[in-house]
Design a protein around this ligand. Structure first.
Ligand code: HPA
Ligand code: ZN
Length: 346
């Protein structure tokens, strides 16, 4: 492929147009302030903010925890299956506009069951939106149930058991929430059980936490992907392992910037990780809170770093490779990607 044929002026257009998957997006993190207010009204929930603007102004984070506090508060307006559907449908419309062909979507059931919202309400509402995304928008998707790591492993087991009647509606389990002080190995038994039952395994690690958490995500939890993983850069042996095994890292640049993992996008290590041959790709994490959906992540990151069309191709390719779909589907997307680059003269 002749990547040099694509000038830097045309790069944003290419980034937007190319087909891509999204593998790290928390559906509760796609809840826009306008929808939070609409759902609060629909469900008679009192909010601690006077207006959409006041809520948006509170989105000034200093670290992961400062974000999580406000993110869990926002989710309190979700009560009925239709609320979960509306939230997910709004995401799928954005995904369609960004040429996302496939999304693997995280949800945090414990945030809802703790408020006496039934597991059935959460999963069936989200799942119905996934079905409609396929039939009405042509976007395929699957759900990944995340355990909140600041809670106990016993609570994770209870949650997993509650979700079991809906096991055909989600494909995997993940681990999110406050990372520091909650290493992956805390959840060894529940991940082992999920693996035995045939679920895919992923975990957030190396967002704020040390490379040691990435080692235990791989060797104790036996995850197939690591979410974030940007701290790997501080551990040469880990970088070699990730490259050798092509362990996907679902990187989220705007999230990393907003949560002060890197002072600026220009300081992000995405370019270094790509140049080391790691299977990294871009994701929006919590787009309603971090200032952008997937194409915003692409365009802003490429504007801030010395990245070119060959990097764009690699990121899209990696996003197919890292997805939990059959090989034939990955190849079909790869052909679509090649056709898109050919249209841009590559
Ligand atoms: N890290 C940990 N937990 C989360 C995140 C994240 O980036 N987003 C939503 N829950
Ligand atoms: Zn995340």
């Amino acid at each position: 492929m002749n990547f040099q044929a694509i000038s830097s002026e045309r790069l944003p257009e290419l980034l937007r147009a190319m087909p891509k998957t999204e593998l790290h997006m928390h559906i509760e993190g796609s809840l826009e302030p306008e929808l939070i207010f609409a759902l609060a009204k629909r469900n008679n929930v009192r909010l601690n903010y006077a207006s959409v603007q006041a809520l948006r102004e509170a989105y000034a984070f200093t670290d992961l925890q400062s974000f999580l506090d406000i993110y869990y508060a926002g989710a309190s307006v979700l009560q009925q299956p239709q609320d979960f559907y509306d939230m997910a449908w709004a995401y799928f419309l954005r995904a369609k506009a960004d040429n996302v062909v496939h999304a693997e979507i995280f949800f945090d059931p414990q945030t809802h069951t703790a408020r006496k919202v039934a597991m059935r309400t959460v999963i069936t509402g989200l799942y119905r939106a996934c079905v409609d995304a396929q039939t009405k928008l042509g976007i395929s998707s699957s759900l990944i149930l995340c355990f909140l790591r600041h809670l106990s492993e016993d609570e994770a087991f209870d949650t997993f058991e509650e979700a079991f009647p809906f096991r055909d509606m989600f494909i995997g389990v993940g681990l999110d929430s406050s990372e520091r002080g909650h290493p992956p190995e805390k959840f060894e038994r529940v991940f082992k059980r999920a693996a035995q039952l045939g679920f895919k395994l992923v975990a957030h690690a190396g967002e704020e936490g040390p490379p040691a958490y990435m080692w235990s995500a791989l060797d104790v939890l036996k995850v197939q992907r690591i979410d974030h993983g940007v701290q790997a850069i501080h551990d040469e042996a880990l970088m070699a392992r990730l490259a050798k095994d092509r362990v996907p890292l679902t990187v989220c640049p705007l999230s990393n910037q907003k949560l002060c993992v890197f002072p600026n996008l220009a300081d992000h290590n995405l370019g270094q990780m790509l140049d080391r041959g790691l299977c990294v790709m871009l994701n929006s994490d919590d787009p309603a809170y971090f200032g952008g959906y997937l194409n915003d992540n692409f365009v802003q990151t490429f504007a801030a770093l010395p990245l070119n069309a060959s990097h764009a191709y690699q990121l899209a390719s990696n996003s197919f490779e890292a997805s939990f779909v059959p090989e034939a589907q990955k190849q079909a997307w790869q052909h679509q990607l090649d056709a898109c680059f050919a249209q841009f003269g590559a």
